[in-house]
Design a binder for this molecule. Structure first.
Ligand code: SF4
Length: 422
């Protein structure tokens, strides 16, 4: 099965944006996330920009880039570790030492403490988390600085601080008779280091899509309410599974007084959901599920919990990328799977499990815009710079921010160990 990259090169019209066939460097100087699923999202002013990739990498053939990556990796040996997120294109993943989700990869990096450099083929918040967990002296490198995450960018520190100030004014900070805080902040792993630090400072915690239920259940024991950011869908789907009624989950629209709610609605809330979403998972619909069931009787539909609630409800199962990967691997009989997550991962699962029929619920090829900014050209460039003794595109989290963020990460780890990387 050809990679998504090769499929798009062969038939750009099959993708949501024909420009996906161009090199990502064509978009480095242009504001926005670039072509792909989040191309209509608003990129924050001041988001990191990538400088121009040297022409030798932009003009090199795929074969030449792969040879150069392999050679640089061999020269660097144990000095470098390359991490590849499940949503990366195959042309990048093939060079990764570890493949997994964001937290698995950050943990995987800790298993190679002798590596001087961690090259994170993922997006910005993932590289930040790796830097927070890295040992002193290790450099975390993001091959393309324009690889942000539109969902993470939907909750900025100022807006969350502003929201918190309004909520504190409403609730006060006194615990109730049972000792529960008035509100506990919970941030999804897909958020900036600054917001993880915010949670660390305010008795809050980080969650992943694998452990969101455990984290929320614990937060309800410690607090009367939860402020959940940035992904409304993960928050809503998880709280619903825990029995929280929808009317107790108001949405917070930043920069609107009380987030667009009445004081009474907020007083009655159990979970306040930030108005954020993932543009990849927002594309999945119940109509796609209906079509899959009509065309493939007996199909097993598994979607990611970043999908909207009606899609999660209509699916057979919902779970994290690791859950999806394990569910497919565990199927003993030939099975037809319709999967609602990023298309690079779905295609890779299909190639790895030819005994099954596996397809993406979304018939249009529309990869995550920002994951797609990592191209073998950037990987070759950062590795060859390392060979020359230069660290480029280093992601560094301020020490004070990192130490508070680690508090929120440690609270999560104390609840349940996160599975090891593949
Ligand atoms: S798939 Fe969604 S949450 Fe993940 S990096 Fe892309 S935009 Fe962000």
């Amino acid at each position: 099965m050809p990679s998504i990259n090769l499929t798009i090169q062969a038939a750009p019209a099959a993708a949501c944006a024909p420009e996906l066939a161009d090199g990502p460097w064509d978009f480095d100087a242009v504001p926005g996330y670039g072509p792909g699923s989040s191309m209509t999202d608003v990129i924050p002013v001041g988001s990191p920009r990538q400088g121009e990739l040297p022409a030798e990498y932009r003009e090199a053939s795929d074969a030449e880039l792969h040879d150069r990556i392999r050679a640089a990796k061999q020269t660097l040996g144990d000095r470098v570790v390359i991490l590849g997120h499940f949503y990366q294109r195959d042309e990048v993943v093939q060079h990764a030492d570890f493949v997994g989700d964001s937290f698995q990869l950050a943990n995987a990096a800790q298993t190679v403490p002798d590596a001087e450099a961690i090259v994170f083929c993922g997006v910005h918040f993932m590289a930040e988390t790796a830097d927070i967990l890295a040992r002193e002296g290790q450099s975390v490198i993001l091959p393309n600085l324009a690889a942000g995450c539109s969902m993470a960018d939907m909750a900025d520190e100022d807006s969350v601080e502003d929201c918190w100030a309004q909520l504190m004014a409403l609730y006060g900070d006194e615990p109730d008779a049972e000792g529960r805080a008035s509100i506990i902040p919970v941030t999804y792993m897909n958020s900036s280091a600054a917001l993880k630090a915010f949670c660390g400072r305010h008795g809050g915690v980080v969650c992943t899509s694998s452990n969101a239920e455990t984290v929320l259940a614990d937060a309800f024991e410690r607090g009367q309410r939860v402020l959940f950011f940035p992904d409304q869908h993960l928050g809503r789907n998880t709280a619903k599974r825990l029995g929280v009624p929808l009317e107790s989950m108001p949405m917070w629209n930043p920069r609107t007084p009380l987030g667009g709610n009445t004081a009474e609605e907020l007083r009655d809330a159990r979970v306040i959901l930030w108005h954020g979403f993932c543009s990849v998972h927002k594309r999945f619909t119940t109509a796609q599920i209906d079509q899959a069931r009509a065309e493939h009787p007996g199909v097993r539909v598994i979607v990611h919990p970043e999908c909207p609630m009606d899609v999660v409800d209509a699916a057979d199962e919902a779970g994290s990328t690791d859950y999806i990967r394990r569910a497919v691997a565990a199927a003993t009989e030939p099975t037809t799977f319709a999967i609602g997550t990023e298309v690079n991962m779905v295609n890779r699962l299909a190639a790895e499990h030819p005994q099954h029929t596996i397809f993406c619920l979304d018939p249009v090829i529309c990869p995550c815009s920002t994951m797609y900014r990592i191209h073998p050209g950037y990987l070759a460039w950062v590795l060859e710079e390392l060979v020359a003794g230069r660290v480029v595109n280093r992601i560094r989290v301020d020490d004070a921010v990192a130490s508070h963020a680690r508090v929120a990460l440690d609270r999560m780890l104390a609840l349940r160990p996160v599975p090891a990387a593949v």
